[in-house]
Ligand binder design. Sequence first.
Ligand SMILES: O=C(CO)[C@@H](O)[C@H](O)COP(=O)(O)O
Ligand SMILES: [Co+2]
Length: 222
Amino acid sequence: MGIQIAPSILSADFANLERDIVSVDNADWLHFDVMDGHFVPNLTVGLPVLERVVQVAPMPVDVHLMIDDPDHWAPRYAQAGASSVTFHYEAAQDPVAIARELRRLGTRASVALKPGTSADVVIDRLAEFDMVLVMTVEPGFGGQDFMPDMMPKLERLRAAASEVDHDLWLQTDGGISRETIGQAAAAGCDVFVAGSAVYGAEDRRAEIEALRDLARQARDDA
Ligand SMILES: O=C(CO)[C@@H](O)[C@H](O)COP(=O)(O)O
Ligand SMILES: [Co+2]
């Protein structure tokens, strides 16, 4: 699979959510950030909002769970219509069991690593996942600075992913912009979450195309 762009609705106008989802309809995914005020110090939206968002979104929805107890909650987001569900390794009791249940429900199973979590925790179990999210900020808020020191983690996962039989995607989330996307693409990222860069742009569709072009170029040059 090639380069994919996933605008984060965290930077959208929640009073005009449908309008802001349709305004990015050339994106590959819609990134839906769920925060519970416990796993991260911020609170966003949950299942009832997702149920409506999947009905109006022209693209598949990529749920990013920043919540405690994903063992209980992750399958519910799959049942509510998410095409991909990412849960945090740090919050999970049994990451492999969650991933197997997500796949059984027909949803892509993805695990996220906070900046302080080593790739070691998943590197021997990559066959169990469809995607690994390497956080490039501390989870909890949009508009933070990209952490370039996460690139060796991404490179290591890229190398390990080539040993797996299926097409394992790598995702980065946090601080992705025209200035930073090239580094993540060169390090092997496939799916780029961008909140403030896309929603803060005057022409959102053009921004998505610009990010996609820059990532493709950096990937080709790498
Ligand atoms: O998960 C998160 C933050 O924890 C994100 O998805 C942010 O919403 C990305 O926002 P930008 O860094 O692109 O502004
Ligand atoms: Co996110």
